[in-house]
Design a protein around this ligand. Structure first.
Ligand code: ATP
Length: 532
């Protein structure tokens, strides 16, 4: 079966030996199957720009996936065979992933021409209706990895004739996307709206806190959106009020799934899992045949960090889920679901997940990051931040502190020294938060002082430096904070400014993440590497 699927490949790039997939029996590569002779190496091309995020192998255009229509009236979705062979092979273009031509055209208009590795692996897998956990490092394009399969089935870009309505949807909500913060939810809405275009953007409805609830409910009633994106609290609340028709929903996406497992979301998540589509447990005990008809929603779980708790949850929420990573798709059953605990010894907070990664967390970090730490006394931390920004000539800086109260003081100190700074945290109104983010994006603010609120999912591609003025609680938090820079192949620097007694935590982070965090000083406007 594998040979049949592989033989039509036309070209394979130099990394072919490394590109493989795991089956129950172990890791397979093209080389191990003696298929090298069937392929031709391609040289460097325009993709160099996106090197680590982008595909290296072309899949024949003929291998376009048979379209599986989203079911507008019922819940039955046919699962295609667990064909994990196609997924690992990154594609040269979006059309090779089996996406409808209209969607590919729209992607090109928006400047998306080449899928990243995780998109190339995830899109065909999701299109085949598998429940998945998508894990790939921060900034590698996980949002489009699930948005594209949804848009290829839902709305006008799917190419399906709409049944007379402008939005093409009259049968209730077809996809629910849950994100842990309002900012992240709105970012996902923007990504969807960008692809749908102004004429069809009403197909997406945000359900996030801080906005006028009755207006959101009115929009739900009037626009009949096919996709809703929101935070757990609001989705659960509107659902409990009977204003969210999600029983026929085909897709449930849990973005930043490990954070959604936190205690403070538990009740709301339970309601969502119980009411969106049919319970995944419905497929339990049925035939293990991959061709089994599923009568449940498709559950898509996404994060750069996949702790054991996610693996356990995914097994219970999903139906034979697959773990999708760049260049690799593997049955979740084959992934261990227990292991060591928390590195810093700090108990999990309400916002943190309950245990550490099931896989080396270095996989959560973009490859182009430089990591440093420097030691100073607590009262000099903000001044050290200023020196660090100057030394690295950073233009767009996100600095994390652990206590909201410290942010204002730090902003004051930086502004007093002529450095444009602003604070961002959950106690600010939604309007103020949006304005600050806008100013940061357009360069009016050089240093954004923030707390854990901004650590997850926020896509600020211009950010070239992340500074930890307060230590992250564990390696998961470090990875998400660090991942605000170095997005999609860009370079980035991460600096920890700590006190002498905190160095042991830096060493633990270093060990846990299997990366080098170099000791440094900032003197005379330069970064100087020091002996450890
Ligand atoms: N194929 C692509 N070509 C060019 N740009 C892309 C492509 N896919 C995604 N992007 C852009 O890359 C950036 C990062 O994408 P995204 O926010 O989805 O990353 P992520 O993996 O979800 O990160 P995080 O783990 O931090 O949430 C975005 O600005 C997005 O528009």
């Amino acid at each position: 079966l594998f040979l049949r699927n592989v033989s039509p490949f036309t070209r394979i790039a130099p990394f072919r030996d490394k590109v493989g997939f795991l089956s129950d029996s172990g890791s397979l590569t093209l080389a191990s199957l003696g298929l090298k002779n069937e392929v031709k190496t391609v040289g460097a091309n325009e993709k160099d720009k996106l090197r680590q995020g982008v595909s290296t192998i072309e899949v024949p255009k003929s291998r376009v996936k048979k379209k599986v229509s989203g079911n507008k009236t019922g819940l039955i979705k046919e699962r295609n065979p667990i064909d994990i062979k196609t997924a690992p092979f990154a594609a040269e273009s979006f059309s090779e992933l089996g996406l409808p031509p209209l969607l590919v055209e729209r992607l090109e208009k928006e400047g998306f021409t080449i899928p990243t590795d995780v998109q190339a692996a995830a899109v065909p897998t999701v299109l085949k209706n598998h429940d998945v956990v998508i894990q790939s490092y921060t900034g590698s394009g996980k949002t489009l990895a699930y948005v594209l399969p949804i848009l290829s089935q839902v709305g006008p870009l799917s190419g399906e004739i709409s049944n007379g309505s402008e939005t093409g949807n009259k049968a209730g909500i077809e996809a629910v996307i849950v994100a842990p913060s309002r900012e992240l939810g709105m970012q996902i809405v923007r990504e969807l709206e960008k692809l749908l275009g102004p004429a069809d953007k009403k197909l997406v409805q945000q359900l996030v806190g801080g906005a006028n609830r009755s207006r959101q409910e009115e929009a739900l009633r009037k626009n009949k959106p096919a996709i809703v994106v929101g935070t757990p609290g609001w989705i659960a609340e509107i659902s409990a009020a009977g204003k969210l028709p999600t029983h026929g929903c085909c897709y449930l996406v849990l973005d930043e799934v490990d954070q959604l497992l936190a205690v403070n979301f538990r009740e709301d998540m339970q309601r969502i899992l119980d009411h969106v589509g049919r319970r995944p447990g419905a497929c339990r005990g049925e035939s293990s045949s991959p061709l089994v008809k599923r009568s449940a929603r498709q559950t898509i779980m996404v994060s750069a960090t996949v702790p054991f708790s996610v693996i356990r949850a995914a097994r219970s929420w999903g139906c034979n889920p697959l773990l999708v990573q760049a260049n690799k798709v593997v049955a979740l059953e084959s992934v261990p679901s227990s292991g060591p605990v928390n590195i810093s010894g700090t108990p999990p907070t309400a916002s943190s997940s309950s245990n550490v990664q099931a896989m080396p967390s270095v996989q959560s970090l973009p490859p182009n990051l430089q990591h440093y730490y420097t030691i100073t006394r607590i009262q000099h931390k903000v001044d050290m931040l200023r020196r660090c920004v100057h030394a690295l000539d950073a233009k767009c800086v996100i600095a994390f502190m652990n206590h909201t109260k410290q942010l204002k003081d730090a902003v004051f100190k930086l502004e007093a020294r002529g450095m444009k700074a602003a604070e961002l945290h959950g106690d600010l109104s939604k309007l103020v938060r949006s304005t600050i983010l806008k100013k940061f994006r357009n360069g009016e603010v050089r240093v954004l002082l923030t707390n854990e609120l901004s650590a997850r999912g926020l896509d600020l591609p211009e950010c070239d430096l992340v500074v930890n003025l307060g230590l992250p609680t564990d390696s998961v938090h470090y990875a998400h904070r660090a991942g605000r820079t170095g997005r999609l192949g860009r370079k980035g620097t991460v600096v920890i400014i700590c006190e002498e007694p905190e160095v042991f935590v830096v060493k633990k982070l270093q060990k846990q993440l299997s990366l080098s965090i170099q000791a440094c000083e900032f003197s005379d406007g330069n970064l100087v590497i020091t002996e450890d």
